[in-house]
Design a binder for this molecule. Structure first.
Ligand SMILES: Nc1nc2c(ncn2[C@@H]2O[C@@H]3COP(=O)(O)O[C@H]4[C@@H](O)[C@H](n5cnc6c(=O)[nH]c(N)nc65)O[C@@H]4COP(=O)(O)O[C@H]3[C@H]2O)c(=O)[nH]1
Length: 834
């Protein structure tokens, strides 16, 4: 060994070795020196640590390379296998003493770069560098590059990267495909212009010099500006080209471009645009509003009708606002009432995100009512249809009002009363409570209506309704049944006394004077009261009981109330039966007229007859006029009854005239109600005309009370009748309180002395005096006097002595049916019915 180091003395060698060891210890790599026999000559600490040899191996005699290899093989440094074999193989290589370099990966993951070099004098040196970190980075970079290449290869678009000198640095196959570049022309660092020349030459940028296009595009590229353009190639395919400069360390290092084939997208877009246009046309021609929101709640479409109905502006809608923006816009302008705007919008938007089929009605503050029908769209979003249902709703409300409210007074109507009373009865039954039903009827409404006109009558009813409403509690029912009939239902009453107090209060309120059309009226009301449960267990029977009680109140003199008494029921039942029969008699003209002769007091010559109505009830008995005439008046049938009598009487008279009694006249009674009928004069004229009679053949009898009820109208009406030539008689004179002055104002011709005076005149000096005075008075006024109820010769003689003009009574004849009267006339001296 020393022979191989001839230049050093042993001492110098010692020093040199020591120095080299020192040096080796401080090297950043592991070093091991082997002598020609491949025994370890020297090793530094780093090598021992890197290779993880136990230090003891180097404390005595130095190990040989073979020792070290075997040690390693045994501890698995070379992987599984026979350690001897592994050692032998490695020794074989080492003994060649050739320079070598390899990377060794140790079991713990450390990667060593091992360099072996033979030494000039034999032996060799091994240098170990820990390249674990470096290897890891290199692997990571390799992986990343691989990954990027794979990404590029799999991208659906073409990608190209040029450096700042416009040399191609990176690209993928799609880049070649999209731009139709030949593979041999595309390689690393190929200049941009060489690539662009292919499409330029194919004329893809337009006609003319391709080189000019190449230079132009090169200049554009060198600007390194972001760009985005669409280009349709001669093949018909359209590409979207987007370029973006790349920056590194604050300077431009190139640009990356992507090429996307958007041919199909464009076609889809065109189809979509066409569809949208179609949709828009459809929407604009729909008879209702429509809006469509997409799955992200952006407005896609809203037609003019929807804009009009919802009160949006076209500008707002054209911005395709988000649903929440529109909701906020609406909430802020109070479309949803007083709401917490943010919370409301959030709630509405959350619901819109999960749309369901829905239908609702929205009433806008301007009164427009919108019917909204919403339906989700299969892949998200929803469509809404808007219809203006304002008119329908208003009409429905009006119908509802009409159905439940009395149009004149605004009170509940009969229908509403029935429904609510049914409910109240059910509640009262369940909770064991008492109800009171008050039936009200205005005592003098007919008079007001007839004399002052319907306008005033309506106003009177309105005032009455207001008074009623204000006189009871809010939850009590006040209804108008029709005409002048009202019903008040007092719910949840304690004691019956409460209802009586309420009735007293109502009577008082309703009797307050009211001034209408400049005239002060003193209204009066009759009230019938009944109670649930004792007077009726259902609505029908309660209404009936209250009605009966009201009728009783009327019978008692009006302006009062009466509580239902079961005994009233019988009377009411009879009356109801009577009403039915009377109505039927009027409808079927079942009345007859009997005639009572009027004779000249002096000569007893027949001057005419008084027509007296007769009605035979279906049960066979005859009903006296005074028993049904008031009912006919009350039921509003008297005009028809009067007309029928007048017609029968005039027709009979006409027949007598034709039979030779042309001098006879006919007296017919007029009811007060008939006198209020403005059509009466015309009716009389028609009947006279139809029967060919002169007005002078007819006398109409009115009672004092009739004329007294409404003097103004009575006088006017009587004058109209007088103008027809018809004569007028004051009936029952003396029973009323007519003043002389008043009598003078009436256009009368005849005064009929009431039979009560005539019948008592022989025995009662007062009656005799009344008769005497009345006859004197009548003659003084130029009136003819007719004495009624003359039954005896003495009465006749006395009347004759007083100068009475005409007599009527059983003494001469009872009222007779038409045929009997004709016979009677024929039986008179010189009489003839032929
Ligand atoms: N005791 C007695 N009575 C006599 C005598 N002579 C006539 N009478 C009765 O006296 C009434 C006379 O008719 P009035 O005073 O107009 O009184 C009539 C009249 O006010 C009313 N009336 C009758 N027919 C009609 C009619 O067609 N229309 C109207 N509105 N009222 C009528 O009914 C009242 C009663 O009619 P009647 O029952 O038919 O009763 C008749 C008649 O039958 C007699 O000597 N002694």
């Amino acid at each position: 060994m020393n022979q191989q180091l001839p230049f050093f003395s042993p001492l110098a060698l010692q020093d040199a070795l020591k120095l080299s060891r020192e040096m080796l210890e401080h090297l950043p790599v592991g070093i091991a020196l082997f002598d020609p026999e491949l025994r370890l000559l020297s090793v530094n600490r780093l090598a021992i640590e890197m290779l993880e040899f136990p230090k003891e191996m180097f404390s005595g005699e130095m190990p040989t390379l073979e020792d070290l290899l075997y040690f390693n093989a045994c501890r698995g440094e070379y992987g599984p296998g026979d350690p001897h074999e592994q050692t032998r193989k490695r020794m074989e290589l080492a003994l060649r003493l050739e320079p070598h370099r390899f990377v060794r990966k140790r079991p713990d993951g450390m990667v060593l770069d091992v360099i072996g070099a033979p030494l000039p004098g034999g032996g060799f040196v091994s240098i170990y560098t820990d390249i674990t970190e470096h290897e890891r980075n290199a692997t990571a970079m390799r992986d990343q590059a691989l990954y990027l290449r794979s990404v590029l290869a799999h991208l659906p678009q073409g990608i190209s990267v040029f450096d700042e000198q416009l040399r191609l640095k990176c690209w993928n196959d799609k880049f070649l495909e999209v731009l139709d570049l030949p593979p041999e022309g595309v390689y690393a660092d190929v200049p941009f212009e060489d690539l662009i020349r292919y499409p330029a030459r194919r004329g893809e940028f337009g006609p003319g010099d391709p080189e000019a296009y190449v230079q132009q595009r090169r200049e554009w590229a060198l600007r390194f500006e972001p760009h985005r353009l669409e280009r349709t190639r001669p093949t018909g395919r359209t590409h979207l080209i987007e370029g973006c400069p790349m920056q590194a360390d604050g300077r431009t290092v190139g640009f990356v471009s992507s090429y996307i084939d958007i041919t199909e997208n464009k076609a889809r877009e065109a189809a979509l645009t066409e569809k949208n246009e179609l949709l828009q046309t459809l929407a604009d021609n729909l008879p209702c509003g429509v809006s469509i929101f997409d799955r992200n709640l952006h407005l896609v479409l809203m037609n003019d009708e929807a804009i009009r109905l919802l009160g949006f502006s076209r500008e707002l809608v054209n911005q395709c606002p988000h649903f929440s923006e529109l909701a906020r816009f609406n909430a802020e302008r109070g479309e949803y009432g007083a709401v917490d705007v943010e919370a409301f919008v959030a709630d509405l938007t959350a619901k819109a995100l999960h749309p369901t089929h829905h239908r609702l009605e929205r009433v806008r503050p301007n009164g427009v009512v919108i019917d909204l029908v919403g339906a989700p769209i299969p892949h998200g979003g929803f469509v809404t249809l808007y219809s203006d249902v304002t008119e329908q709703r208003n009409a429905a409300r009006a119908i509802e009002r009409l159905a439940h409210h009395d149009t004149l007074t605004g009170l509940a109507n009969r229908y509403a009363l029935e429904a609510r009373l049914d409910q109240l009865v059910a509640d009262a039954r369940r909770h064991n409570r008492r109800l009171a039903v008050l039936f009200l009827d205005m005592d003098n409404f007919k008079g007001i209506n007839d004399s002052m006109g319907h306008g005033v009558g309506d106003e009177f009813l309105r005032v009455t309704a207001q008074r009623l409403r204000s006189a009871v509690r809010e939850n009590d029912i006040v209804a108008r049944l029709g005409g002048d009939e009202f019903v008040v239902v007092l719910s949840d009453m304690g004691e019956p006394q409460h209802a009586l107090s309420a009735a007293t209060k109502l009577l008082e309120q309703l009797s307050q004077p009211v001034t209408l059309a400049g005239q002060e009226l003193s209204p009066s009301t009759s009230i019938g009261i009944c109670f649930f449960p004792q007077d009726g267990r259902d609505r029908g029977s309660l209404m009936q009981s209250a009605d009966i009680a009201m009728y009783q109140a009327k019978q008692m003199g009006k302006g009062t109330y009466r509580c239902f008494d079961p005994a009233m029921m019988e009377v009411a039942t009879q009356r109801a039966a009577m009403e039915r029969a009377l109505k039927e008699a009027v409808a079927c003209k079942r009345f007859e007229v009997h005639y009572q002769p009027l004779v000249d007091c002096r000569s007893r010559a027949v001057l005419g007859c008084e027509a007296l109505i007769r009605w035979q009830h279906p049960d066979g008995h005859w009903i006296a006029p005074l028993d049904f005439i008031p009912l006919a008046e009350e039921l509003g049938l008297i005009n028809q009854v009067g007309e029928q009598v007048l017609q029968l009487a005039c027709s009979a008279l006409a027949q007598w005239h034709r039979e030779g009694h042309a001098h006879l006249g006919m007296s017919v009674n007029l009811s007060a109600v008939q006198l209020r009928n403005p059509l009466l004069p015309e009716q009389i004229a028609d009947i006279l005309h139809m029967n060919g009679l002169p007005g002078t053949a007819l006398t109409l009898e009115i009672t004092e009370s009739v004329a007294m009820q409404d003097p103004q109208t009575s006088i006017h009406r009587l004058e109209q009748i007088r103008a027809l030539g018809v004569r007028l008689a004051m009936d029952d004179f003396g029973t009323g309180y007519s003043s002389l002055a008043y009598l003078q104002r009436l256009p009368l011709n005849i005064l009929k002395l009431d039979r009560s005076f005539v019948q008592e005149m022989e025995t009662n000096p007062n009656d005799a005096a009344i008769c005497t005075a009345s006859i004197g008075l009548a003659h003084h006024l130029g009136l003819i006097v007719v004495a009624e109820g003359v039954e005896t010769e003495a009465q006749h003689a006395f009347l004759d002595s007083l100068g009475c003009d005409v007599c009527q009574g059983y003494l001469f004849s009872r009222p007779l049916p038409g045929d009997a009267l004709r016979q009677w006339l024929g039986g008179l001296p010189g009489g003839s019915t032929a």
